[in-house]
Design a protein around this ligand. Sequence first.
Ligand code: C2E
Ligand code: MG
Ligand code: MG
Length: 757
Amino acid sequence: MPRRNRYYILGVYALLLALSAGFSIKIYHDSRALYGETVALIEQDLPILGSLSNLRANVVAQEPILYEYYATTDRARFRQRWQGNRQLVAELGTKIRRDFPGHPRLLVVDDLNREVDALSLELDRLLGAKPVDWDEARALLEEISLHAVEINANLDRLAEDVHGRVDSKASAAQMRVDTINWTALFYSGAMFLLAIAAGYLINSYLAGARERRRLAMFAERNPNPVMNLDAAGGVLYANPAAHSTLATLGYNAGPLTLLLPSDMPARLESMLTEGLATRQWNYTALGREYETTLQYLQDFEYFNAYLVDVSGRKEAERRMEYLAEHDPLTDLPNRRRFIEDIRREIANGRLGAVVLLSIDRLRAIVDGVGHGVADQLLQAVAQRLLRSLADCTDQCSNAHLYRFEGAVFGLLLPCLETEQTPEQITRKIARDFESPIHADNQAFFLGVSIGASLFPTDDGDAVNLISHADRALQQVKQRGGGGYRAYDRDLSIQAAERLALEGDLRHALERKELFIQYQPQVEVASMRIVGVEALLRWRHPTRGLISPAQFIPLAEASGLIVPIGAWVLETACAQAQAWHTTGLPRITMAINLSARQFATEDLARDIAQVLSQTGLPPQFLELEVTESMAMDDVERSIRILRAMKDLGACISIDDFGTGYSSLAYLRRLPIDKLKVDQSFVRNLENDPGDAALVLSVVQLGHSLNLSVIAEGVETLGQLEFLRGTGCEEIQGYYFSRPLDSAALETLLGSGIAAFQA
Ligand code: C2E
Ligand code: MG
Ligand code: MG
C-alpha cells in the first residue's frame, strides 16, 4: 500500500478514536448530571411536597380535635388524639427541615407550632378547671385557629418554593437531555461522515490491492522469465517461468543466475554509473539465446530483468538470412551474394575475375528427364565445379562458386596473379566436364559455356562486370556453346554494330537486298542431284555480302526472321516449282526453319498456303529443323512436325550430333532424315573419333528408318568414307558451293546433273 494512503487511514482511525472518546466523555458527563438532578427531584423535592401536604392536613386536623375537646371536655380522648396529631406534625416538621434546612418559613412554622402547643396546654388547663372559663377557652381556640391559618399560609408558600425548585430542575434536566440528544446526533453524523471517508479510503485501498495483485500476477503468469535483481546481481525474486525455464534446461537445482550472463554485476554497475534507466542486450546462457531488458527502479533500488528466449527466432532469422543469400538447391551462395562479394573484392583493388558458367542445353535435359532428376544433376554439377575449383587453389586460393537461376553458375576469382588465370581455371573446369556426371543412375555428358570479365581491367561496378561476363558468355553460346571467352571492349562495340546491322536488316527485304542461293544435295548411289538446300544471303549496300551465320541470329532475336522466313519459304518453293515446270529434273527443295518460326502456331497453315499458292507438290518440300529446336519442347515439336508431315512434306534434323538428343525422344519424332553436322565430317579423315561418330550416326539413322545426309563434304576421302557407311546423300563444296538460281538452273539443265566421282 502506498505510504500516503496508510497515513490517511491511520489519521482517520485516530480522529475516530478522539471523537468517540470526546463524545463518550461528554455524554457520560451529561448523563451523570441528569441522573443527579433526577435523583434530587425524585428523592428530595417530590417527597417534600408530600410531606408539606401531610403537614398541612395535620395542621387543619388540629382544630376539630380542639373544638371537640371544648365541646365534650373529654380529656382522655383529647389527649390521645392531640398527642397523635402533635407527633405527626413534629415528625413531618423534622423531615421537611432535613430537606430544607434553615428555610426561614420553616422557622416561622416552628415558632407558630410552639405557640400552638403553648395555647393548647393553656386550653387544656382552662377546660380542666372548675369552672370552666368558656370565654377564655373560646378566645384560645380562636387564637389557635389564627395560628393554624398562618402555619398553612407559610406551608403553602414553602410548597410554592419547592414547586419552583422542581420546575428549574426539570428544565435543567430537559436541557441536559437536549444536549445529550444533540451530542448523540452530532456524534452519529460525524460517525456517518467518517464512515463514508473510511469507506472511500478502504475502497481505494481494496482497488489498490486488487491492482497490486493483478500487477503481481503479471509477473507470476508471465510465460517468460522475470526477475528482480539487487545491485550486485543477486536474485530477489524470480517468477515461476524463470524456475521452470531453468528446470526445462536440466538445471533444477542450479541458481537462477545461470539464466543471466556471468558479467551481470558489471553490467548493472555500468547502468548505474551511466545513469541508464533501461538497457537491452542479447546473450547466450545455457546454450540458449536470450534477449534481456533491464530496468532500474530507482524508488525500490532494484532492477527488473525481463528475459525472452529468442533462440527460435534467431535461428529463423539466420535461416532467412541464409536463404536470402543462398540457393536452396545447391546450398551455394546466390547472385545477391555474388554482387556483394564482387563489390568487396573490387574495393580490395587486386586483380580478379567475374566468371559466368552456363550448362549447355540444360533445358532439353529437364524436358527429357524431368525436374527431379534435373535438380539432382544440378547438385552434382555444383559438386563437380567445387571439386574442380579445389584443384585450382594454386592459381586462386579463395575462389567462390555461386548459383544463379537456371543453368548458370557464378564464379568469383579474387587476388589473381595474371589475367590468364581465369582461362586456365575454366579450361580445367571444362576438362573435368568431359567425364560424365551422374544423376539418378544416369550418366550425362554436359558442356559448359564460360564468359568472364576482369576487374579492375574491365571497369565498371559489380553489376556491369556481371553483364560483361554475360555478354562474353552469350558470344560463346552463339558460337554453339562450349568454351571460354573473356569480355573485351570489342564485344560492346560488336553489340553496337549488331544494333546498327539489325536496323539495316529491317529494310533488307523491301530493298531487295536478300536473295537465296541453292546448294545441291547429291545421292551417293547415283551421284545425281536429288535436291537443293535454300541458303539465305544478304547483300548489304556498304558491307557487302553478309553471312547468314551473322545475321540469322539477329533476325531471330529481333523477330524479323518471321517475315524473312516466310519470304524464303515462298521464294524457294516458287523457284522449285518453276524449275519443275520448265522440265528440269524434279528435285527436292530443303528449307531451313528458324527456332522462332518453329515456335509459331500457324506454321503448318502458312506452309500449306505457300504450297497451294506456288503449286509445288508437298513431297518436294523438305523442312530442316535443328536438333536443339526439336528437342526444346519435345511434345510440342512432335505436334508441329506431325502437322507438317500431314501436309506431305519431309522433315530433316539439321546439324545432327551437335546437341543433346535423347534417343527415346528422337524415336518419337515424325522425321525422315538426319543431317550429319559438317563439324564431324570436316575431320573424319584425321580424327578416328569423328569417323566413328559419323558411322554411328548413320547406323542410328538407319536403325530408326531414317535416311542420312552428310553436310560439308569437301574431299573425295570424305565422300568415300561416307559411301562406306551407307550414308544416302551428301552436300558440300566437293560437289558444289551454294549457287544462284540461274547458275543452278544451268547446272541442272546442262545435263551434268550427275557427278562423276
Ligand atoms: P546449314 O543449314 O547447316 O547450312 C549449311 C551451311 O554449310 C551453309 O552455310 C553452307 O554454305 C555451308 N556449306 C555447305 N557445304 C559446305 C562445305 O563443303 N564446307 C563448308 N565449310 N561449308 C559448307 P551458310 O550458307 O553460311 O549458312 C549458315 C547457316 O545459316 C545454315 O546452316 C542455316 O542454319 C542458316 N541459314 C541459311 N539460310 C537460312 C534460311 O533461309 N533460314 C534460316 N532459318 N536459316 C538459314
Ligand atoms: Mg540447313
Ligand atoms: Mg547444317
